[in-house]
Design a binder for this molecule. Structure first.
Ligand code: NG6
Ligand code: CA
Length: 511
């Protein structure tokens, strides 16, 4: 560019508005699996400690009204990445072992949005959003579409969840360490009558199953589904957390000079809960809480890595869960028997699978040293808002037909004075069954189209029962959702019912 004469340059500076440069911090989203609102010591747990996550909260913002969008895994992850409520799309319920890609290749996502403004992007950990075309994953060939087709530069995955087959890592498009002479076969029926399963060899299991989870046995644990082969590719459940940390640290070190986005998708504390031997027995609650301590260790490894690289002032950490807690989710690991005084959902009713608050109210922490003023926040924010908020922060453009329900709540996430969160938010259970939680201000409407619920009360057993189609609660005085005001507050009820219907019918809630 030709040099401008000094007087002209100075003049231009005076007349041009000073535009704040878009900010592009590194972003690390740590998503826990099945972690409840009350499952961390910074959210009220007293019988064990989570010092690394507590430190993140002390140095950042700890949200008390934050939500994941669904009370199961696949729909929360779908909406977190796409910015669109999962109930709008068929096939977004809990993905089976051989699920094709739930998010079609080429879809705009949080990852592709950040990539468009110069970020390096990676997902490391549990995927559970399917791999491959309509015919499902080609386990011995190229596993695509997958994360690489929706904006991630690198992926290192547990393909579904670890209670589902197969127990192999998928690095980018391939099963890692697969010997072509021993191909991997995965199916939903036993391949032959002699196949060893959790039913035929139950007495050999190192952890018994309670419901489902009685297919192929690997590492002494029977799973959902069946598989053979791929012996050199198989991992030990005990080593998962170490592997996520090892791969994440290496990837961060490689990409430290560009802005980077890491989606750290922990498998803790999903079943089967098999923490590494060094964490087994560290809490009084058995493997469920031991897995929380393991997750806390992972968070410590990530924050230490960022500190060592001198990136703390330039890295935004977000910590959240994908759905609420569950005790017995199919294996006899003693979670219920050893729960004691611990309340995994904190003060809330319900848990995983439910649209009561316990299903979707999540611990949610943001930390960006030097930018976020430490403190607690009561603003309503959701995992679905990271898309719109990070687009706003980085100056990325969201295409008109993408991310239909995300909102930019970055001001609230950064703890800026007077910055507001959401006015309303839809939550759902699994799939598109039509069970919704709708929060508007301090009101919470529950709508059960299926009229029965797996309403999990975490300190008891599963409570399956009939529910009224609509219930209404005032969370400001009744966070435990005990007093149904649907008849005594008809105006509020009608207003919320209409607004929820409008959000469903209009196909989008982003302006
Ligand atoms: C359920 C499984 C449960 C868990 C869940 C998915 C049975 C009986 N139950 O179908 O164990 O795997 O799916 O959890 O099989 S999630 O956190 O990934 O959504
Ligand atoms: Ca989950």
């Amino acid at each position: 560019m030709k040099k401008l004469p000094l007087f002209l340059a100075v003049g231009l500076c005076l007349v041009l508005p000073i535009v704040a440069e878009d900010r592009k911090p590194n972003v690390i989203v740590i998503m826990a699996d099945d972690l409840g609102y009350g499952d961390l010591s910074c959210y009220g747990a007293t019988t064990f400690k989570t010092p690394h996550i507590d430190r993140l909260a002390e140095e950042g913002r700890r949200f008390t009204n934050a939500y994941c969008t669904a009370s199961t895994c696949t729909p929360t992850r779908y909406s977190f990445l796409t910015g669109t409520y999962a109930f709008r799309e068929k096939g977004t319920g809990i993905a089976p072992p051989s699920s094709p890609a739930v998010i079609p290749g080429g879809t705009n996502t949080l990852a592709s949005m950040l990539k468009s403004v110069g970020y390096k992007t990676a997902v490391i950990g549990k995927w559970h959003l399917g791999l491959g075309g309509p015919e499902g994953p080609d386990w011995n060939g190229e596993l695509k579409p997958g994360p690489l087709e929706i904006g991630f530069d690198y992926s290192f995955l547990l393909p579904t969840t670890n209670d589902r087959v197969p127990q192999v890592y998928v690095e980018n498009h391939r099963v890692l360490n697969l010997d072509p002479a021993d191909p991997l076969w995965v199916g939903n029926k036993a391949p032959d009558a002699n196949h060893v399963t959790g039913i035929s060899h139950r007495e050999t299991l190192k952890m018994d199953w309670t419901h489902g989870h009685n297919g192929t046995i690997h590492n002494g644990i029977s799973r959902i589904g069946f598989y053979t082969g791929g012996q050199t590719a198989r991992f030990r459940d005990e080593d998962l957390a170490d592997k996520w940390v090892e791969k994440s640290v290496a990837w961060i070190e490689e990409n430290k000079d560009a802005p980077f986005f890491l989606f750290f998708a922990s498998h803790d504390l999903h079943v089967p809960r098999i923490p590494h031997e060094r964490f087994q027995g560290v809490t009084p609650h058995g493997f469920r809480a031991d897995s929380i301590v393991q997750l806390d260790w992972c968070v410590g490894e990530l924050t230490t890595t960022i500190e060592k690289l001198g990136l703390s002032d330039n890295t935004l950490f977000v910590f959240c869960s994908d759905n609420g807690p569950v005790m017995d989710d199919g294996y006899a690991d003693g979670a219920l028997e050893k729960v004691g005084e611990h309340r995994a959902a904190g003060p809330f009713r319900g848990g995983k699978y439910s649209v009561y608050e316990g299903g979707t109210r999540t611990p949610f922490i943001t930390r960006w040293k030097g930018t976020i003023t430490p403190g607690a926040s009561e603003e309503v924010v959701s995992t679905i808002d990271l898309y719109g908020s990070l687009a706003g922060l980085t100056g990325a453009v969201i295409p008109e037909n993408a991310a239909l329900d995300t909102q930019n709540v970055m001001g609230a996430l950064l703890g800026e004075a007077n910055a507001k969160g959401r006015e309303d938010l839809v939550q759902q259970d699994n799939g598109t069954a039509g069970n919704y939680g709708f929060r508007s201000g301090n009101w919470k409407l529950l709508r059960h189209d299926s009229l029965t619920t797996r309403n999990l009360v975490v300190e008891k057993e599963l409570e399956n029962g009939a529910v009224p189609r609509f219930q209404l609660f005032d969370l400001s005085v009744d966070p435990g959702e005990n007093e149904n005001l649907i008849d005594s507050q008809p105006e509020v009820a009608t207003r919320l019912q209409a607004r929820l219907q409008e959000i469903i019918d209009s196909g989008r809630s982003r302006p």
